[in-house]
Design a protein. Structure first.
Length: 255
C-alpha cells in the first residue's frame, strides 16, 4: 500500500472503497485492525508531540481525513487518491454492519450521547446489532489513569459483547492512547478512533451541507457555526505554509 509521511505522521494512500474492504476482510479473517483519522490540525499537533505522533504511526491505517492533506499531497506531487473522512468511513462501517448483521459497540461522548447514537443507528439500520454503549466519563487511560477499575469494567462489558466494530470517541490523542493501551485486552476486530462522530450520529452536531464538503470548506462552515474554533482553525493556514515552505515535510514512505 502506498503511503506518504506528512511532518512525521504516516498517511495511507487509500480511497473509501479500499478502506471499507480492508475492514471487511479483517472481520472475515477474525483479525484486529486499528484505524486513526488524522487531519491537518492533528498533523500539526503531532508534529511537536512525539508521543502522539508515535501513537498515530502505530495504527494499521491512517486515513486522509481532511482536504488539507489532499492539497498538501498534490502540492508536493505525491497525490493522495481522495479524502477519506472519518465521519463517512464510520457510516460506511455502519452500512457494512447492517449488510452483514455485525455487532457494533460505541464508547465515548457525554453521558447519554452514545446511547442516543445507538438509537439513531437502530432506527435507520435495523440489522446492526449495537451490542453496547458507554460514555467517555469513566476513569481510565484517556484521563491519565490506566488500569482503573472503571476502565476494567468498561473493557469487561465490551468483551462480554464481542463486537466486530468498536467506535472510540474521546477526542484526538486521548482515543489513540486508550486504543493503544487496551487493544490487546479487548475482544474486537475493527477499532476506529472517530472523535466527534458519535455526536454527529446522535444528531447533536450537524455536519456541513454537501456543497461546503464538496468545495473543501467544511472547516469554514464549522467556524461560522462556532467562532470559538478560531484558535484551532488557525492551524490550517500554518499547516499549508509549513507544507509549501518546509522543505521535506511531505515525503514518500517505503512500502
Amino acid at each position: 500500500m502506498d503511503k506518504i509521511n506528512i511532518m512525521g505522521t504516516r498517511i495511507n494512500n487509500i480511497n473509501m472503497e479500499e478502506a471499507v474492504k480492508m475492514c471487511d476482510d479483517t472481520i472475515d479473517n477474525n483479525e484486529k485492525f486499528i484505524i486513526y483519522t488524522p487531519n491537518s490540525e492533528i498533523i500539526m499537533i503531532a508534529k511537536d508531540d512525539d508521543e502522539f505522533r508515535n501513537l498515530l504511526n502505530n495504527s494499521d491505517i491512517n486515513i486522509p481525513d481532511g482536504i488539507g492533506l489532499i492539497y498538501a499531497s498534490k502540492i508536493k506531487k505525491m497525490p493522495l487518491k481522495e479524502k477519506v473522512a472519518g465521519y463517512d468511513l464510520s457510516f460506511n462501517l455502519i452500512k457494512l454492519a447492517n449488510k452483514k448483521k455485525l455487532k457494533l459497540y460505541i464508547v465515548g461522548g457525554k453521558p447519554g450521547v452514545a446511547q442516543k447514537a445507538a438509537q439513531k443507528i437502530n432506527e435507520k439500520y435495523p440489522n446492526v446489532n449495537v451490542a453496547g454503549t458507554n460514555d467517555g466519563y469513566f476513569k481510565g487511560t484517556h484521563l491519565g489513569m490506566p488500569g482503573h477499575e472503571e476502565e476494567k469494567k468498561v473493557i469487561q462489558d465490551i468483551n462480554s459483547k464481542s463486537p466486530d466494530i468498536l467506535f472510540v470517541g474521546f477526542g484526538a490523542k486521548k482515543q489513540e492512547q486508550w486504543i493503544e493501551t487496551n487493544k490487546d485486552k479487548i475482544d474486537c476486530k475493527v477499532f476506529i478512533g472517530n472523535g466527534g462522530t458519535i455526536d454527529g450520529i446522535a444528531g447533536n452536531v450537524k455536519r456541513a451541507p454537501d456543497i461546503f464538503i464538496k468545495l473543501g470548506l467544511e472547516w469554514f462552515y464549522r467556524l461560522m457555526k462556532d467562532p470559538s474554533r478560531i484558535k484551532r482553525q488557525i492551524l490550517l493556514p500554518k499547516f499549508m505554509l509549513a507544507v509549501m515552505f518546509g522543505g521535506k515535510n511531505v515525503v514518500k514512505e517505503s512500502k
